[in-house]
Design a protein around this ligand. Sequence first.
Ligand SMILES: Cc1ncc(COP(=O)(O)O)c(C=O)c1O
Length: 393
Amino acid sequence: MKEDFFKYQAPTTPFAPGLEIDSASGNYITDIAGKKYLDMVAGVSALPLGHCHPKIIAAVKTQLDRYMHVMVYGEYSQQPAVELCKLLASTMPAPLEMTYLVNSGTEAIEASIKLARTVTQRSEIIAMKNCYHGNTLGSLSLMDYEERKAPFRPLLPDVNHIQFNCLPDLNKITERTAAVIMETIQGGAGFIMPDERWFNALREKCTATGSLLILDEIQPGVGRTGTMWHFQQYGIVPDVVVSGKGLAGGLPIGSLTASAAHLNHFKTSPMLGHITTFGGNPVIASAALATLKAVVEDGYMERMKMMELRFRESLLSKNIVQVRGTGLMLAAILPDAKYTAAIVDRCREKGVIFFLLLFEKRAIRITPPYTVTMDEIDHACNILKETIAEFYN
Ligand SMILES: Cc1ncc(COP(=O)(O)O)c(C=O)c1O
């Protein structure tokens, strides 16, 4: 299978390990040789409840027996999508009451850029330096990493950047600005948390200039930081919340939630202002409903702080210079970037899966399923520390 993987499946990097997967269940992945791996990555934050959670499987199976796809997004009233949008509204402050469902995070970002432009009749989008919002042309335009953008230019015009957590940079937001977009924890940049004063000042500046504040919760959202959405820990009400990744428990989804006044623009200005065939797909929506309900009802968010503390204790080591992030969105920062990839590879050989971050090359990604146990946390951290020591001692 590995040979065909490299021969027929288009690659993203020359370094893919090509681990040959047989099955995955709970917090473990099993390869075709029967070797089990403890998963500390959760499909890059896309599996809040781990692999094949019985509640998600049951919801999907029930829906598969009813109907799979009957019509493009937004034409017919299909119970799973309607219920999901209603449930999402109940997790957010007013006036965030209406949700548009799409198929991936980057698509939701694209839709939010279009929404900001049609609502404000302005074109400038301000994004953060070191941001990541996805890889389609619009989302890529938001990035400030020229090396990755240059081969694909020309990209969206009128995108400007400010420094995350920099108060003076807020002056660059003006009445020309359609929207400011930010991750509520900068992921690729190294799990950088927003400073509370800056975040509040940003909200005020957006209100003063009439610019929409779009929060990308694609990675921190769905309970990963101890509240359903990370922005809730800052007492801020954004104009648009974008979700994806873990929202459907391991199936492809994206969403943007805003006020009805804003989202109704897609209906009239122009009509069919944003359309998609599979957005709101009933099978995916059923999986998302089961995921959201389980995250709330099974008490994961209440345990998030405790699990974070266990990681922080277990990661204490002279070779880990910092642990960034919060909840189960953590990054162990190494002294330098020399061995990060080799350490991840070696841990995988030892049966524990960690991963890298896009831009912060000293970081080991730790974003396990919420179902991770204390013993599994200790085991994973011991393997990581022991492996780091092989390279640094
Ligand atoms: C913060 C953030 N925004 C957007 C995206 C893009 O989502 P997708 O890969 O589903 O298009 C990601 C994916 O890694 C992300 O982490």
